[in-house]
Design a protein around this ligand. Sequence first.
Ligand SMILES: *[C@@H]1O[C@H](CO)[C@@H](O)[C@H](O)[C@H]1NC(C)=O
Ligand SMILES: *[C@@H]1O[C@H](CO)[C@@H](O)[C@H](O)[C@H]1NC(C)=O
Ligand SMILES: *[C@@H]1O[C@H](CO)[C@@H](O)[C@H](O)[C@H]1NC(C)=O
Ligand SMILES: *[C@@H]1O[C@H](CO)[C@@H](O)[C@H](O)[C@H]1NC(C)=O
Ligand SMILES: *[C@@H]1O[C@H](CO)[C@@H](O)[C@H](O)[C@H]1NC(C)=O
Ligand SMILES: *[C@@H]1O[C@H](CO)[C@@H](O)[C@H](O)[C@H]1NC(C)=O
Ligand SMILES: *[C@@H]1O[C@H](CO)[C@@H](O)[C@H](O)[C@H]1NC(C)=O
Length: 290
Amino acid sequence: MVILFYGAAATSKIQAHFNETAVLSCKFTNPQNISLNKLVIFFQDQEKSVLYEHYLGKGLFDNVAPKYKGRHISFDKESWTLYLHDVEIKDQATYQCFISHKSSNGLILINQMSSELSVIANFSQPEIIPDSNSSDTSYVNLTCSSTGGYPLPKEMYFLVQNSTDNSTNKYSDTIHQSQDNVTELYNVSTSLYYTGHDNAMSASIQCVLCPTDAHPVQPGLKEKCLLSKPYIIASKKKEPRSSQNDDLFWIATTAVILVIAVGSVGFLIQWKKKKKKKPDHSHSRECNPW
Ligand SMILES: *[C@@H]1O[C@H](CO)[C@@H](O)[C@H](O)[C@H]1NC(C)=O
Ligand SMILES: *[C@@H]1O[C@H](CO)[C@@H](O)[C@H](O)[C@H]1NC(C)=O
Ligand SMILES: *[C@@H]1O[C@H](CO)[C@@H](O)[C@H](O)[C@H]1NC(C)=O
Ligand SMILES: *[C@@H]1O[C@H](CO)[C@@H](O)[C@H](O)[C@H]1NC(C)=O
Ligand SMILES: *[C@@H]1O[C@H](CO)[C@@H](O)[C@H](O)[C@H]1NC(C)=O
Ligand SMILES: *[C@@H]1O[C@H](CO)[C@@H](O)[C@H](O)[C@H]1NC(C)=O
Ligand SMILES: *[C@@H]1O[C@H](CO)[C@@H](O)[C@H](O)[C@H]1NC(C)=O
């Protein structure tokens, strides 16, 4: 069987969101208006595993690779397009569409198209969580985290806006990452050790996460990046006790009340026991030889 090929193979870059649908097109116009009954269309990945085959007018599943047999895949005959549903990170690959004409001369390859698929997943809105362990108000350790994204973000940092002098400073530190075994999505976090409390100034702190495909961030232009809700640090002068300390105060008060309550009950029980035992004591004393 002779396979001839007319025309150069083209490659297009395509993108799909995780868990959505990837669109793999053959970019075929069928200029000769060849009937589907005379065409063999198939899609394969870079490892030559077949995703789908349309053989002389109908779907043929014999050649479909086992790893694609359980997948939700559909083909649109009108647009020569394959839909790979519920996209996973591991679907990132280069896919090829081949269209051959079955004629008396055998199979003649009349169209070939490559699609380079990249998969992305949006990170969640970053969230700033203070280290609640510390009772020392001269500093706060803020951790910003975001989940379920792909690929790793290009940038992740804190923006500290000082409301006294209106200055904005950017702080970045190591980005800690972990990857889900199954979905291959990333969780990321970074920390800021903020000691500005000493200056008795109030500040608004935001965490910024810029995905890899975002445009470079310029000051005041960060639409493509994700912003956390501002974490407000109130001036010490205006508000001597932070809400965190209020919590600690109430926890401490509750603890003290509990200790007193438990103590009193214990004391009462002991006291009652002693009261009951007293007659016994006096009795034994009476029996005591001395
Ligand atoms: C994929 O999307 C479906 C709904 O379309 C949802 O139920 C499912 O939880 C999603 N899976 C993941 C891993 O996000
Ligand atoms: C293509 O062929 C079909 C019949 O196989 C015909 O109905 C249709 O009109 C043709 N289209 C063009 C553009 O020639
Ligand atoms: C991902 O984020 C972009 C905006 O950055 C939005 O347009 C798109 O709808 C989001 N996609 C999903 C699946 O959440
Ligand atoms: C948190 O508290 C534990 C014990 O209460 C202590 O061992 C640890 O060092 C504290 N961590 C920080 C970051 O202060
Ligand atoms: C701040 O908290 C993070 C996460 O809990 C921790 O990894 C980091 O060591 C802490 N930094 C300081 C200076 O305490
Ligand atoms: C801080 O900036 C805002 C606008 O961003 C402006 O209205 C305000 O006057 C500035 N305050 C100081 C103290 O510069
Ligand atoms: C993830 O993979 C690691 C090593 O391959 C394994 O130790 C761990 O138990 C896995 N976790 C889950 C939730 O499957």
